[in-house]
Design a protein around this ligand. Sequence first.
Ligand SMILES: [Zn+2]
Ligand SMILES: [Zn+2]
Length: 155
Amino acid sequence: MATNGGSEPANDDISKTNLHQGDGYDRKCTFCKIVNKEVATELLYVDEEVTCFRDIKPGAPHHYLVVPTKHVGDCKSLNKQHVPLVEKMVETGKKILQKNNVLDLSDVRFGFHWPPFCSVSHLHLHVLAPASQMGLMSSLFYRLNSYWFVTVSPF
Ligand SMILES: [Zn+2]
Ligand SMILES: [Zn+2]
C-alpha cells in the first residue's frame, strides 16, 4: 500500500488546499499518472494548467475529461481561487469538442461529479457530446443538475 507521505493535506480543510502548494503531484492518483505520462493515454491537450484526455469508459460518442495538470482535489476542495481554473477547464472542453467537429454546443453536457460519486479524487470535468446520444446509464450518471453531477454551462 502506498504510504500517506505525499504533499496532499490529509484532511478536507479547504484553507489548506492551495494550487501553489506542494509539488502538485499525488503518487496514488490515476490522473496524476496520466498527466505525467506514466500510463499510456493519449493526451489531447496539455498546458501547465489543464490537461485533456478521453474517458476510458465513454458515456457518449465524445467523452473527454479535462483535469488540472497539477493535482487538485475533488469539488469539495474547490474555493474561489479555483474559479479561473474551472473556467479554463470549461474553455478547454469547448476547444476539444470543436477540434473533434462537435460544433453544436447546445447538445453537450459539461459537469463535475460530486463526492462520493467520483471514482478519482483528482478534480475532473466531464465533457460529453452529443448529450442526446448518451445511453440510459450514462444519462443517469451524467444527469443534468442532479446532486451527484454538478453541471456547468459551456456558453
Ligand atoms: Zn491527481
Ligand atoms: Zn467523474
